[in-house]
Design a protein. Sequence first.
Length: 249
Amino acid sequence: MITTKRPDLAHNLLNEVWARHGEGYVSAGTAVAHIKELTLCLRKAWYEHHLEELGLPPAPEFGEEFTDATRLKIILGTAFGRYVNEDEERVTIDSTEGELSGRVDLMMWEPDAEAVALSEQGWLPVPAELKVTWSFNDSLQPQYKEQVAGYCIAKGVRKARIFVVRVSAKGGPSLACVEEEFTDEELAGWKAELERRTRQARGPTVPSYTEHWTWECKECRFNMKNGGGCEALDGKKGEGWFSEYGRDE
Ligand code: SF4
């Protein structure tokens, strides 16, 4: 019997799976503003939308620069999401700033309490977002809440859910769910904020340094340290718009 290690074949298989993984990936910089993009660095969004004017190269293929180990980590982390995403639904917010769109991972349904009280048939959509993370940090990222609030506005409802798969949690992988119920006032305020952010991300001048999360800069291709034009070293450490609004625990 001859046993031969074939890392070349392992590498080829990984490349094939990676190619399939990337199918349907929407790159940044498209004309329509995405809700998720508006919960992240507005400077980055601005750069993505001004590549030509600034003489910058187009966005690289997603993950082009990743090592095999990083690719494998992403594929394993998102495998669960592939089944959930079969139900994904595209939603849009009616906005004077142009189309704001998003992709809801899972649309759940529950009886509409008011309709039931009136003895009518009725079901309410509850948009849900699935996040998969390898982070050991147990706290929920504030931008998840911002993202699902956008979906609530798009669907005209107040309740949304966030599912989080923690791949390397203590004691093994875990799946948790958090339900968010927003007030009408909060959603109206968040809609106005999304519109402000759209203006910033699409406007003629680069947004301020305060419009990003500190953790974003390290991997950002527009960071001066990575050969880009943005010299941001620090930014908002923020708790997210909803904590500023006084909702976070
Ligand atoms: S370096 Fe930081 S602030 Fe600048 S565009 Fe990138 S993420 Fe945003």
